[in-house]
Design a protein around this ligand. Structure first.
Ligand code: NAD
Length: 236
């Protein structure tokens, strides 16, 4: 295989599973005992805001006690060393709303589904770093309105920064998907875009994803093993 130059990496909940953060589809259709539509849609927030805020308060608190695992650390190493070694760029596009890529040391991370540690004011549209709870309706630090919500892209909402993602794909040679089930669009469609653009495509996952047939190559195993092994192959 020709050595790639620019690499776009899509990560999903599977890369954080071994850090102790539940994946989405692991528990028989329930996400921490809740149906997805009860906690992760704008309709749920409109009809039962307390339930939704409490759910995200719990998750925000939990992720701060979790640590990056060897897969996050390996991607951070690739992100730092690839430009020096190959003169190319690495972009990590994550569906995850945890901050484990950043805490692992990665620099080029794009959160297409938002972030747990940010609150978004629906009154003034500003975003603020937020580590505490939202259930008590704290005032927005910018406009003082009690209108903060989790800065999470819920089902039915439009993911962030899609233009930047497509731009990065059109300048890349390799697309790698790690720990994602391929069930949530438009993220799940990025592999097809990558194929249309002529990129090489690689999947690293515990089991084959729904879009597995679109990948030139699939390597199966836990992220903490297959990701460092792939990064070692690439950097050596
Ligand atoms: P998903 O839960 O639908 O799929 C998880 C995938 O990870 C599966 O393909 C599974 O086989 C794989 N997996 C599980 N354990 C693994 C391991 N140890 N190593 C490698 N792969 C492993 O997740 P998704 O495709 O990312 O979609 C879920 C949505 O929910 C995303 O949009 C995301 O925003 C959100 N979410 C985020 C987090 C987080 O931030 N950590 C956690 C749960 C859900």
């Amino acid at each position: 295989m020709k050595r790639p130059r620019n690499i776009v990496i899509l990560t999903g909940a599977g890369i954080s599973a071994e850090s102790g953060i539940d994946t989405f589809r692991g528990g028989g259709g329930l996400w921490e005992q809740h149906r997805v539509e009860d906690v992760a849609t704008p309709e749920a927030f409109a009809s039962d805001p307390d339930l939704v805020l409490r759910f995200y308060d719990m998750r925000r608190e939990a992720i701060q006690t979790r640590q990056p695992n060897p897969a996050h650390l390996a991607l951070a190493r690739l992100d730092r060393e690839w430009p020096k070694q190959a003169g190319g760029e690495v972009l990590i596009v994550t569906q995850n709303v945890d901050d484990l890529h950043e805490r692992g040391g990665a620099l080029n991370v794009l959160h297409m589904h938002g972030e747990h540690l940010t609150a978004w004011c629906t009154a003034c549209d500003r975003r603020h770093r937020w580590t505490g709870p939202l259930i008590h309706r704290p005032p927005c630090p910018s406009c003082s309105e009690p209108a903060l919500r989790p800065d999470i892209v819920w089902f039915g909402e439009i993911p962030y920064r899609m233009d930047e993602i497509y731009e990065a794909l059109s300048a890349a040679d390799l697309f790698v998907s790690i720990g994602t089930s391929g069930a949530v669009y438009p993220a799940a469609g990025l592999v097809r875009t990558a194929r249309d653009l002529g990129l090489r495509t690689l999947e690293l996952n515990l089991e084959r994803s729904q879009g597995s047939a679109w990948f030139h190559e699939t390597r199966l195993g836990p992220a903490s093993e297959v990701v460092p092994a792939w990064v070692d192959d690439l950097l050596d």
